[in-house]
Design a protein around this ligand. Structure first.
Ligand SMILES: Nc1ncnc2c1ncn2[C@@H]1O[C@H](COP(=O)(O)OP(=O)(O)O)[C@@H](O)[C@H]1O
Ligand SMILES: [Mg+2]
Length: 442
């Protein structure tokens, strides 16, 4: 922006600010705060808008209908909620809001960060907004606790850090979690094919224990969410995460989130405490966001003691590597178990590994689905159910290829069959009229 335009915009901004300030004060004089407190949020907004419009029509400046509407909205947003942040929060395409002091607001849309014209009238107003946000979760930001990280009741994750730690003013970061993809949408996006999705849907309904593996950002959590979406609605699901990201649509879901230690180093609740607690909650399914340590052993034991149909993610480079990682992580528990014992646990607990990858072109895909076919203390043996076969990278550098199904081992077919699932497989093509993965995938 040219300097002249910038100055003009600043002036205009100041004028708007003055006007907003005058009418905000008039509004506060006019309304009965006690009465307002008895109204619902929606009624409160209507009441404020009505009073404001009247004030403006009596002695306000000449404004176009649009200008007046914008001013009314701005003042009510301010009086009621999060001021200049309200329109950004209302915009579904925004996944992250970053406020670096009162004059610098950035947002992320579709993975791109851009600056937006929103500004706070002053650092004071930004502090008020921050107070409003963190007071929702009974937290406070001040010199004695200059950093706050919290999840809002509405699901967003909020981080605040203020001066003197932040040099350019109070800094606020709001991360939202967009509505996650359902399995059908992942098929539409080419993350996997419909045959594999149907097979996985049958496996989820048949209560197989499934591990989703992949690197950071490969889409594990997203896939876990979609898989969990295939769990029948009446089942009691307990989810366990470090920072709650899953969002399940079923009616009977209990969400647990671990907690770091406080400033005195006390009060930490680890994933493994939550896994153990979950076992006493009569869960039908336990879903662990990501296993990173000794809790892996508790999860394996849970899977082996009647809590089948559970799902978790693990960071790994291949499906085979995922089993090795589980073994390493399980060995981090305080129980010093020999490797063969851990292998036994893993062989009997884990039925399937779904491995994802983020390709060079940024696309995320299921690279392999493998059934664990080793038993007891045997070395791990995996049988592929599906493999993605990539074509050589073309000039446009986008990744293409085919999802190639493999015959489903008889044991697994039989297990699915016992659970009432019929699957279309490479080895057992469904005859005419036979249902394909009863219930469908999406
Ligand atoms: N199949 C997919 N197609 C497109 N985008 C995806 C897919 N899976 C994940 N994403 C996006 O990629 C990012 C990382 O996904 P996430 O599931 O958190 O990965 P991970 O848990 O492996 O670190 C998120 O922004 C998510 O929306
Ligand atoms: Mg994740």
């Amino acid at each position: 922006m040219a300097l002249r335009d910038r100055l003009a915009a600043d002036e205009r901004h100041d004028e708007d600010n003055d006007l907003a300030k005058v009418y905000r004060e008039r509004l506060l004089e006019e309304i009965d705060v006690d009465e307002l407190a008895r109204l619902s949020p929606a009624q409160r907004r209507v009441r404020l808008e009505r009073v404001l419009s009247r004030l403006l029509s009596v002695d306000g400046p000449v404004l176009s209908a649009r200008e007046r509407g914008a001013l009314v909205q701005r003042i009510t947003d301010d009086a009621l909620g999060l001021g200049v942040l309200e329109p950004l929060l209302a915009d579904e395409s925004i996944t992250e809001i970053m406020v670096n002091g009162p004059d610098d607001v950035f947002v992320e849309r579709y993975g791109k960060v851009e600056r937006v014209p929103a500004r706070f009238a002053s650092a004071e107003q930004l502090y008020q907004t921050i107070d409003r946000i963190v007071s929702q979760v009974n937290r406070r930001v001040d010199e004695s606790s200059p950093m706050v990280d919290a999840r809002l009741p509405s699901g967003e994750r909020v981080n605040v850090i203020i001066p003197p730690l932040a040099l350019d003013g109070p800094t606020l970061t709001i991360r939202r979690f967009p509505t996650p993809y359902r399995m059908g949408e992942l098929v539409d996006r080419g993350t996997l094919d419909v045959t594999t999705a149907s097979l996985l849907a049958a496996c989820v309904r048949a209560r197989l224990n499934i591990v989703v593996s992949g690197g950071t950002g490969s889409g594990k959590t997203t896939f876990l969410n979609a898989l969990s979406g295939l769990i029948p609605d009446h089942e009691r699901i307990v989810t366990i995460e470090d920072a709650a990201e899953l969002s399940l649509q079923q009616g009977h879901v209990v969400r647990l989130e671990s907690r770091p230690a406080n400033v005195e180093g006390r009060g930490a609740v680890a994933i493994r405490d939550l896994v153990r607690n979950a076992l006493r909650m009569r869960p039908d399914r336990i879903i662990v966001g990501e296993v990173r340590g000794g809790e892996t052993l508790d999860m394996l034991q849970a899977m082996n003691t009647g809590h089948d149909g559970s799902v978790a993610t693990v960071h790994a480079n291949t499906a085979r590597d995922a089993l090795g990682r589980l073994e390493t992580l399980a060995s981090m528990s305080e129980l010093d178990l020999p490797s063969a014992t851990l292998r036994d646990q893993i062989n009997s607990a884990i039925d399937l590994v779904v491995h994802l990858e983020r390709a060079q072109d940024g696309s995320r895909r299921v690279l392999e689905v493998q059934a664990v076919t080793s038993r007891r203390r045997e070395e791990y043996a995996l049988t592929p159910l599906m493999r993605f076969v990539a074509e050589p990278l073309g000039p446009d550098r986008t990744v293409a290829g085919r999802f190639v199904p493999e015959p489903v081992p008889d044991d697994l077919l039989e297990r699915l069959h016992r659970a009432g699932e019929t699957v279309l497989t490479a080895s057992a093509p469904a005859g005419p009229g036979e249902p394909v993965a009863a219930g469908g995938a999406s």
